[in-house]
Design a protein around this ligand. Structure first.
Ligand SMILES: Nc1ncnc2c1ncn2[C@@H]1O[C@H](COP(=O)(O)OP(=O)(O)OP(=O)(O)O)[C@@H](O)[C@H]1O
Length: 448
C-alpha cells in the first residue's frame, strides 16, 4: 500500500478541533478515480515495456519466472474433527528463511511437523528442490517418508544426546559418511558455530545458548535441503534470544540454508527471517517481509499482532480520509508528467467510517511544529521514550522520541505526523476481527 498523509492540511474536520486548526496551507492535490489510476498504471507498464526496462510485466514473468525451491500449496492438517492447519500456501527460494509467527495453539508446530512428514496432511502439495513430497488429491495420494525428505530439525529442548560429546552429537547424522569426511565435516560445523574448543565436552557442560548452537550444527551437518526450527530459542533468556537469532541467521546465510522457523516471538522472527507468515486459527493470514508486515498489514489482526501502534478514527471524504491528525491521501507509485506523485481515491464511499493505523514512528516529535499533543504517558527505552500522546479530540497515538527529549506528563509537545505507509481499515473489518472485546478476552485466554 502506498498511501501518504498531507500533514499540513488547512481544512478542519471539526470546527472546534484545535489540532486541525493549526494545520496551515494545503498543497494542491488532485485525486484521480480508480479507473483513471488503472489507466495510469497500464500506461506506465506500456512505457516500461517500450523502454525495455520492464521486469514486472506478465510477459516477462511468464518466460522467466523462477520455480520456487520450496513450495506448499493448500495444506490442510487436522486432528479428528478439528482442522488445525487450514489451506496453508507459501513459497521460499533457496537460501531464504521463512517463519510461522502466531499465538500459542494457532497451528504453527503442526504446520512444521506436516512439512517434515511427521504429521499426515489431509490435502495439499509440498515440493522441495523439484521433488514432490506430498500430494493428497482425488486421484493421487502419496507422502515421502520423513527420513527421505532431506530435512533437518532443531527442537525447543535441543534434543542432544547427554552421554555423547559435542563432536559425537554433531556427527550423529553422518553415519553414511567416510571417517575422514565425517571428521572434516564435524570440524567445519564446530568452527561455524564457534564451539571448536568445546568438541570433547558433554552438552551438560555448556550454556543453553551453546547447546542450541550444537543442535544447529548437528542439524546442518548432513547438509539438509530444508532446515526446520521449532521454537529454538524459547528456553533461553530474552536478552540472549535476539542476539542468538541474529547469529543463527548469519550461519544460515553463510551456508545458503533454506529454513523455516516457528516462534511466537516477533523480535526473534524479525531478527531471523526473510519472510514471516502470521498465523491465526490455522490460517496463514499474511506471508510477507517483516517490513511489509509492519507497514502494510492486510488486516487489523496483523496490524495489532505485529509491532506497536494505535488505530484512530477517520472518515472518507471525497476520496481521502479525514482524521484528527490531518487529511490522508492515498499516494500511489505513479507520477505525472512533471514528476509529481499521483493520488487515488480510497475504495470506500463518501462518509464511510475508517480506522487508520498509526505506528509510533509515524509521529515525529518536532519542538517547532505548530501541531501539538498532550503527553499522557511515557516509557523509557534507553535510546528512546515511547510517548503516549492525546490529540485534541481525546484519541491517543504513540510516538517514539529520542530520550534526550524529556517531556513531562501533562505537557504539550509538537508533533509532525509522517504517515508515509498509512493503512486504513473499514470499521466493518475491525469489528469482524480481533479488535472486539470478545476476541481480546479470548486471546488472553489463549496466551494463558
Ligand atoms: N496430537 C494432537 N492431537 C490433537 N490435537 C492436537 C495435537 N497436537 C496439537 N493439537 C492441537 O492443535 C492445535 C494447534 O497446535 P500446535 O501445536 O500446532 O499450535 P502452535 O501454534 O504450535 O502452539 P504452541 O506455540 O503452543 O506450540 C492446538 O489446539 C492443539 O491443542
Amino acid at each position: 500500500m502506498n498511501d501518504s498523509i498531507n500533514p499540513v492540511d488547512s481544512k478542519p474536520v471539526k470546527a472546534q478541533s484545535k489540532a486541525r486548526q493549526r494545520h496551515v496551507e494545503k498543497p494542491p492535490i488532485t485525486i484521480i478515480t480508480k479507473a483513471q489510476m488503472a489507466q495510469a498504471l497500464a500506461d506506465r507498464e506500456l512505457q516500461q515495456r517500450a523502454l525495455g526496462s520492464d521486469s514486472s510485466s506478465s510477459q516477462y514473468n511468464e518466460t522467466t519466472a523462477i520455480q520456487p525451491y520450496f513450495s506448499v500449496q493448500d495444506l490442510i492438517v487436522g486432528y479428528d474433527d478439528t482442522i488445525v492447519v487450514d489451506g496453508l500456501s507459501l513459497d521460499l527460494q533457496q537460501g531464504e528463511i521463512g517463519c510461522f509467527l502466531g499465538y500459542s495453539g494457532c497451528g504453527k508446530t503442526t504446520a512444521l511437523r506436516a512439512i517434515a512428514g511427521l504429521e499426515e496432511s489431509r490435502s495439499g502439495k509440498i515440493s522441495l528442490n523439484n521433488q514432490r513430497l506430498t500430494e493428497q488429491a482425488a486421484r493421487v495420494s502419496f507422502a515421502v517418508a520423513p527420513a527421505k525428505r532431506g530435512m533437518g530439525m532443531v527442537f525447543q529442548d535441543y534434543a542432544l544426546f547427554g552421554h555423547l560429546s559435542v563432536a559425537k552429537n554433531i556427527a550423529f547424522g553422518l553415519n553414511k559418511w567416510s571417517a575422514a569426511d565425517k571428521k572434516a565435516r564435524v570440524a567445519e560445523m564446530l568452527a561455524l558455530v564457534e564451539l571448536s574448543e568445546h568438541a570433547d565436552k558433554r552438552p551438560s557442560e555448556l550454556s543453553g545458548g551453546q547447546q542450541q548452537r550444537v543442535a544447529l550444527a548437528r542439524a546442518l551437518a548432513p547438509k539438509p535441503k530444508l532446515l526446520l526450527l521449532d521454537e529454538p530459542f524459547s528456553n533461553l533468556d530474552v536478552v540472549l534470544r535476539e542476539s542468538l537469532a541474529m547469529n543463527v541467521r548469519d550461519i544460515l546465510k553463510r551456508t545458503n540454508t533454506t529454513a523455516i522457523l516457528v516462534t511466537h516471538d516477533q523480535n526473534e522472527a524479525f531478527a531471523l527471517a526473510d519472510k514471516v507468515g502470521v498465523m491465526h486459527k490455522g490460517k496463514l493470514v499474511q506471508w510477507a517481509t517483516p517490513s511489509e508486515l509492519y507497514h502494510e498489514p492486510i488486516s487489523p489482526f496483523v496490524a495489532e499482532f505485529v509491532g506497536e501502534g494505535t488505530m484512530i478514527d477517520g472518515i472518507i471524504k471525497e476520496g481521502h480520509v479525514e482524521t484528527a491528525l490531518g487529511d490522508i491521501y492515498r499516494r500511489m507509485e505513479v507520477y505525472d508528467a512533471s514528476g509529481q506523485p499521483q493520488y487515488c481515491e480510497y475504495d470506500y464511499p463518501n462518509g464511510t467510517p475508517i480506522k487508520v493505523l498509526v505506528r509510533p514512528d509515524d509521529i515525529i516529535h518536532d519542538d517547532d511544529s505548530t501541531q501539538t499533543a498532550l503527553v499522557i504517558g511515557r516509557v523509557f527505552r534507553g535510546a528512546n521514550y515511547l510517548y503516549r500522546l492525546q490529540l485534541d479530540d481525546g484519541q491517543t497515538v504513540l510516538s517514539l522520541v529520542a530520550s534526550h527529549h524529556n517531556h513531562e506528563i501533562g505537557t504539550q509537545i509538537g508533533i509532525l505526523p509522517i504517515l508515509e505507509h498509512v493503512v486504513v481499515f473499514d470499521e466493518k473489518d475491525i469489528n469482524a476481527t480481533t479488535w472486539s472485546e470478545y476476541d481480546r478476552a479470548e486471546r488472553i485466554e489463549e496466551i494463558r
